[in-house]
Design a protein around this ligand. Structure first.
Ligand code: GLC
Ligand code: GLC
Length: 811
């Protein structure tokens, strides 16, 4: 069952039924200021950091779901309704929500009145614009009462959720003309405030929640709205809100626009006050003036659309399946940009208070957006590398506001450092910019401890070399990519987190996942060294990579697949000998990507075992059979019920590793089948089962051992976005930037006749037409560039500023 449809020409998903199986959300903002907004107007706004600078309040896991947001109430006679259906839930005559690229439009109609809310954050602006248009489609004049509503968060979202003995006494506001200012804690240590304005005179307002709603009311029937009478309250403590009240008269056919703005202002300490206890409103007024007419708003909206045209114009394809085209051209790239902005911090499953920017996550995310915003990717690489320690290990996360490592989250995830090689080499291949390697980058944010970025990479590489276990395989540390395979943890206390609790200092537990990862990115490190003339460095590194390959062949092969690990006691994990979880996906992914033992048939056997044991209707599960009891020596993985999350869920992030593995042995049909199983646009028809948005990937789909296989959770913020984009474009469609050109090596379903791709690469446009006359999956017979055949399949760098035609004949 579907709840809407794709409008590809506008790059929108159009939701036509507000009662989606879960709130289907969108993200607004591209720089410092962000909002999450659902298809019924729920959500919240923050500046840079969803924990420390939350502007509006949101209650997670609320009843009913997604209660609270930026609401409008329209009172038309005795009927009260909201354009997004919620919170009032009066049945609408029509409803539509268009989630587009960094904007959303919600349109509702009732009794001849249509209300359309356009919501976005202008580029580079610290404010969100909500333009509501009210239109009288009827034959009689209408007298409407419009109420706006937001609830302020007292800045620190975690404290706001917990510290009520203080917070109920601190709230402060000011009201001047049509602007409501939120200034809690401004008089002490904060140099920032927020405001909610409208570009029209108001006939009343409210800032005290209890009076506006009524203490025992929900958001669906505020006293002030039901009675059509604002109370003009001035909040002192408790829960400050902002609600404007506007009386609107509309003749038949007439429409009126109102521009609301939720803004954030920072002032210098000297410039905080206008007069005693009265905040300096000048910066707010300047912001309001920027968008105080419909024309100004629409100009900024068009700028935003042009911004996305440009970003999405860098890679686009035309295949014979519109679902594939919309994934690659629109939604997958869009989601990658959202993960750039959010990492794993704020979604409808991530509360914005728990997690900052992840070291491994952010490095991996980068491969999904480096072609769009290379300069910001470069900056991001340095932000991440600056949180590394001198021995190569790193903080697992850092806070976006301070860019400092987050000590509370811990470290010792031994895969972390290697991902820096991935992000850096992908950046250089995309841009040709080797200069970042020479930049001085601090350790632990301490400028006195800085080394070149190249040294950071080298230290990352040698971190693995210096941390090998008894079999010459990498020690796992707290965990590798799989946060929940905690082989040194041994936790029996339900009150401690597996992520941070004290580990046993084991020098036994080893990871085959890191082994494969090391071979893949070790080789990338070697290739990079050669590019920059460090041949001795390359030769030295090669020895370690070769040794790792041998160690995997000797100690990491279980007969039909690669082992997953050795545990604290040196016992095999992910072996046929085990009673449960005989096979895991991660080591199959990384060791096949590394092509370890390919000549001996290991790669093919491993992938066949994945197909046989891990694949199911909805994707590839993480492990099989699922754990059914708690294994103290394995940790969190065995805490999850069978079929969920890391315990045999379809953890979408790692499915592409298998797809890439399949392309290594030329099985294009299989690679693509795996791709389509989890690509959201291909799941639109089963939205009622899948539950989460059909336009973005989710982290996890319940696996075959679960109660409800196929049900998705944790949409939006997941490495799934970057890895799927990277895999479909660079390995299945096979167009891959390399240091000296664009390598073209597709691995596609044999029945395809071909496809087209337009790709901007180092300032030139490549119009690539791939033809598959012999219906093969892999193999390039000839590449013709601007009419002339070339040797091999790497298209050299061609003149920037021009369009070049590349014809690729497979066979
Ligand atoms: C989550 C984390 C990621 C981890 C994965 C597997 O998605 O963000 O860092 O690798 O889970 O545990
Ligand atoms: C839990 C989750 C895992 C996530 C981790 C982050 O362990 O299962 O996916 O990466 O928390 O802290």
């Amino acid at each position: 069952m579907k709840y809407g449809y794709f409008d590809d020409a506008n790059r929108e998903y159009v939701i036509t039924n507000p009662q989606t199986p879960y709130p289907w959300i969108n993200y607004l903002g591209n720089d410092d200021f962000f909002s999450l907004t659902s298809n019924t107007g729920g959500g919240y706004t923050f500046y840079k950091d969803a924990k420390f600078r939350r502007l509006t309040r949101y209650r997670y896991n609320n009843v009913p779901v997604d209660n609270g947001g930026k609401y409008f109430y329209i009172k038309d006679g005795d009927t009260v309704w909201s354009p997004g259906w919620k919170p009032v839930k009066t049945p609408l005559d029509s409803y539509e929500c268009r989630h587009g690229m960094s904007y959303s439009k919600i349109k509702g109609a009732k009794n001849g009145v249509e209300a359309e809310v356009l919501q976005f954050i202008p580029l580079g602006f610290w404010g969100e614009v909500l333009k509501i248009q009210l239109k009288n489609n009827g034959t009689e004049a209408k007298k409407l009462k419009l109420f706006s509503f937001i609830e302020w968060c007292l800045w620190n979202a975690e404290d706001d959720n917990a510290n009520f003995q203080r917070n109920f006494s601190t709230g402060e506001v000011e009201i001047e003309n049509s602007v409501i200012y939120h200034k809690t804690e401004f008089k002490e240590r904060r140099n920032h405030y927020a405001f909610y304005s409208v570009n029209a005179p108001i006939q009343g307002y409210d800032t005290d929640r209890e009076t506006f709603l009524g203490l025992y009311n929900d958001f669906d029937r505020p006293d002030a709205v039901m009675e059509g009478k604002p109370r003009n309250t001035h909040a002192h403590g408790w829960s400050p809100i902002a609600s404007h009240y506007i009386e609107v008269e509309l003749q038949p056919g007439e429409a009126k626009d109102f521009v609301f703005m939720l803004g954030y202002v920072e002032v210098t300490p000297e410039d905080k006050w206008e007069s005693k206890s009265i905040i300096n409103k000048r910066p707010a007024k300047a912001m309001i003036a920027k968008f105080d007419t419909t024309e100004k708003v629409m100009a900024a909206y068009n700028e935003l659309r042009a911004y996305w045209d440009n970003l999405l114009g860098k890679i686009s394809i035309k295949s014979n399946d519109e679902r594939l085209d919309r994934m690659v051209n629109i939604w997958n790239q869009y989601q990658c940009m959202v993960t750039f902005n959010m990492s794993r911090s704020a979604s409808f499953f991530e509360s914005g208070i728990g997690r900052g920017m992840g070291f491994r996550d952010s490095n991996q995310d980068l491969i999904g957006f480096v072609h769009q915003i290379p300069a910001r990717a470069r900056e991001r690489i340095f932000d991440i590398a600056s949180t590394q320690f001198e021995d190569g290990s790193c903080y697992h996360q850092y806070q976006p506001l301070t860019k400092k490592g987050n000590a509370a989250i811990g470290g010792d995830f031994n895969d972390d450092p290697l991902w820096l090689i991935l992000s850096t080499t992908e950046y250089i291949k995309e841009t040709g910019d080797f200069s970042l390697l020479d930049e001085m980058v601090p350790f632990d944010n301490d400028e006195t401890k800085a080394k070149t970025h190249f040294e950071h990479l080298k230290i990352s590489f040698y971190f693995t070399v210096n941390n090998l276990g008894p079999h010459g395989l990498p020690l796992i540390g707290r965990a590798d990519w799989n946060d929940c395979l905690n082989l040194n943890c041994f936790s029996s206390d339900p009150n401690e987190s597996f992520q941070t609790t004290g580990n046993k200092k084991g020098r036994t537990a080893e990871s085959l996942m890191i082994a494969g990862l090391f071979v893949v990115y070790g080789r990338e490190f070697i290739k990079l060294c050669k590019q920059i003339g460090k041949h001795d460095e390359a030769a030295e590194a090669q020895k370690h990579v070769d040794a790792m390959v041998e160690a995997v062949k000797a100690h990491g092969w279980d007969g039909e697949w690669y082992l997953r690990a050795y545990d604290y006691f040196g016992r095999k994990v992910g072996s046929n000998e085990n009673e449960e979880s005989k096979i895991f996906i991660e080591s199959q992914g990384w060791c096949t990507m590394a092509e370890i033992g390919k000549e001996e048939g290991m790669v093919k056997k491993s992938l066949d075992s994945v197909k046989e044991r891990l694949d199911c209707k909805y994707g590839i599960v993480l492990n099989n059979p699922a754990f059914t009891k708690y294994y103290i020596e394995y940790g969190e993985i065995s805490t999850y019920p069978a079929g969920y999350k890391e315990n045999a869920g379809i953890f979408c992030h790692n499915n592409p590793w298998i797809m890439i593995g399949e392309t290594m042995i030329g099985r294009g049909d299989q690679a693509y089948e795996y791709y389509t199983k989890i690509a959201p646009a291909f799941l639109e028809e089963i939205s009622d089962l899948h539950k989460v948005e059909p336009y973005v990937y989710c982290q996890m789909i319940a696996g075959k051992d679960a109660f409800k296989p196929g049900e998705g959770k944790n949409s939006w913020l997941s490495g799934t976005a970057a890895w799927n984009f990277y895999t479909i474009v660079q390995y299945i469609l096979g167009v891959k930037p390399d240091y000296n050109g664009l390598s073209i090596n597709p691995c596609i379903p044999a029945e395809w006749d071909g496809f087209e791709m337009t790709r901007e690469f180092r300032g030139a446009q490549y119009k690539i037409a791939v033809k598959n006359p012999d219906h093969v999956s892999k193999g390039v017979k000839q590449v013709i560039v601007n009419g002339a055949p070339i040797e091999g399949n790497v298209v050299p760098m061609l003149e920037a500023g021009k369009t070049h035609n590349v014809e690729v004949i497979m066979g």
